[in-house]
Ligand binder design. Structure first.
Ligand code: KMH
Ligand code: ZN
Length: 281
């Protein structure tokens, strides 16, 4: 299928680890709130939910039962694809970042490099990445490489070529995180360049350049785009989004504006080669 006819997978990242209710009061905290948002986003056009969990007071959490409850609630209401973060929060150890895998999501993120993250360090060594890949693979969970700079992409391709990262390569190219690559047309080209043909690539951008980067990605053949409070809490300059679902509806409109169409959940499962539901221990 030509790129322009290929449906676009919309991922919602409803919570993240850094955003607070001071940024947007509609931020979901509990598993029930996150799952309710995910389901509303599925109704609006999202096929994938990228999950971080919080304690009730909003503190980033790594408690496996919170991941398990969130995924259970999502699955009770929708066949949408569940993905856990193993990026977690910059305060978390690698063990803490990996707890979501035990909830047996459909997919997991894996970082393929380290970086500054604002004023903090966000470290994922090659050994850390291999640990995530090993556990996810043992559980039958598919992987998506989360990449914030060109070196991360080069490393993911190297791991793919060495057989350390299983094919097919699913990727999320992230733009505009302070410490990562900027949000610009040149940055998009640089991030795409190392990817082998057939790679599924999605675009995430944070901050004020988000819509432009998503549009740019869509016009360059991106297989997916990501929105949600993790990445941006505003709908427009100065206008807070009322909900994650509103951001998804806006993303759907963007996809249509550039002449493409949104993937159904079923199509997204196929496009992302989502493994059959993980059951192994
Ligand atoms: N919260 C960031 C430190 C991911 O989910 O893979 C990492 C992050 C990336 O959000
Ligand atoms: Zn995340």
């Amino acid at each position: 299928m030509s790129w322009d006819a290929t449906p676009v997978v919309i991922t919602v990242a409803p919570t993240g680890a850094e955003v607070t209710r001071a940024d947007n009061p509609a931020l979901p905290h509990t598993p029930a709130e996150i799952a309710a948002d995910a389901l509303a986003c599925a109704e609006a056009g999202a096929a994938v939910v990228h999950i971080h969990v919080r304690e009730e007071d909003g503190t980033p959490s790594s408690r496996p039962e919170l991941f398990a409850e969130t995924i259970e609630r999502v699955r009770a209401g929708s066949p949408m694809i569940t993905m856990v973060s193993t990026g977690g929060a910059i305060t978390m150890s690698m063990e803490e970042r990996m707890t979501g895998l035990e909830a047996r999501p459909d997919l997991s993120g894996v970082e393929t490099g380290s970086m500054n993250f604002g004023d903090d360090l966000f470290v994922t060594s090659p050994a850390d990445a291999r640990r995530v890949i090993g556990r996810a693979t043992a559980l039958g969970i598919g992987l998506e490489a989360e990449m914030f700079d060109v070196g991360h992409v080069v490393q993911a391709v190297r791991m793919l070529e060495r057989g350390e990262l299983p094919a097919p390569l699913r990727t999320n190219l992230v733009f505009g995180v302070p410490g990562g690559i900027d949000a610009s047309p040149e940055a998009l080209v640089a991030m795409m360049r190392p990817l082998p043909a057939g790679t599924h690539w999605s675009i995430t951008a944070v901050g004020r350049h988000q819509r432009r980067m998503l549009a740019l990605g869509l016009l360059h053949g991106a297989g997916g785009i990501r929105v949600g409070f993790e990445d941006a809490v505003y709908l427009r300059r100065g206008v807070l989004a009322a909900s994650n679902a509103e951001l998804v509806a806006d993303a759907v409109a963007l996809v249509r504006t550039v002449g493409r169409r949104v993937a159904t959940i079923e199509e997204a499962r196929e496009l992302l080669s989502v493994p059959e539901r993980a059951v192994a221990a």
